[in-house]
Design a protein around this ligand. Sequence first.
Ligand code: SF4
Length: 331
Amino acid sequence: MFQLPTSDQRRRLRCQLLGWFARRQRPLLWRRDRDPYRIWLSEIMLQQTRVAAVLEHYQRFLKKFPTIERLAAAREASVLAAWSGLGYYRRARMLHAAAKIVVRTLKGEFPRSGQDLQKLPGIGRYTAAAIASIAFDEPVAVVDGNVERVLQRYVGKASDMDEVWRIASSLLNKKRPGDFNQALMELGAMVCLPREPRCLLCPVADLCRSRGELPVSRAAARQIKRTVHFGLARRNGAVFLVQRGRNESLMAGMWELPDFTPNPASGHAILSLRHSITVTDYAVHVFELPGPDNATGRWIPISRVPALPLTGLARKILRRVAVIGSATPAE
Ligand code: SF4
């Protein structure tokens, strides 16, 4: 029968894991201080986005919105522009909405407990626990995908999420909850990898019940392949763009190039590239147009384009065709 680790095993796990984390943690920007705004921002950016991609955007976003007050006072369009390239724009809208609540309703007082944090838009159980433990030392465990995998292997049992949360809570170092939670997540990201756990390098291998023998498999999401065509029309220092509807389920209100249906007279694409969004791989072809064949868009002066909330794909295309620079301030 499955048994939780003994108190001696839990004590050794905490000690070994924290020692390893002190020596081996990556020097990530958001680990430099315990400012709740910065930790919250990093946690929201890291949802569904790789650390490397977040690193590119985190500093630029903070440069534009260095405080929660500045974020709350910003127009939504400039928040979306600063988020451009990270995808999942609903996160940016929720972040903005939550900033307004903290500044206007809570008088700038950031909620300090996981329970209160979960009342803000876009903050679920995991994010609330991460902010509360890292910024405010609240003794609450976190479970993200990495922690779930590590703990299942560690206890040698494929458990459901409720049980994983219980295991995480029982192992938590209540004196240093923020460090412990980050250490567990770091172990999952750097050592206890999904396909091939690096057990020989693992600081808790002597306590682990499976040593990587427990298959933790999640059905790999099947990638869907799609081909899309866009038209690029330029004239007198302006480019023709269309804005997505406010009620679109994806990237509402963002700007992009108009769709285009090529025919035998269209000639060759001036640009072809690949772009992935969640489970869809797009083959993208861009055709130069003398003028728009779509009346619903607008001519936008090229000097204003970098500050627009562009979709990630539109930004990629406009960069490749040198309509905007490779390091625009809005990214
Ligand atoms: S020993 Fe291997 S399977 Fe166990 S926690 Fe460490 S890396 Fe993961």
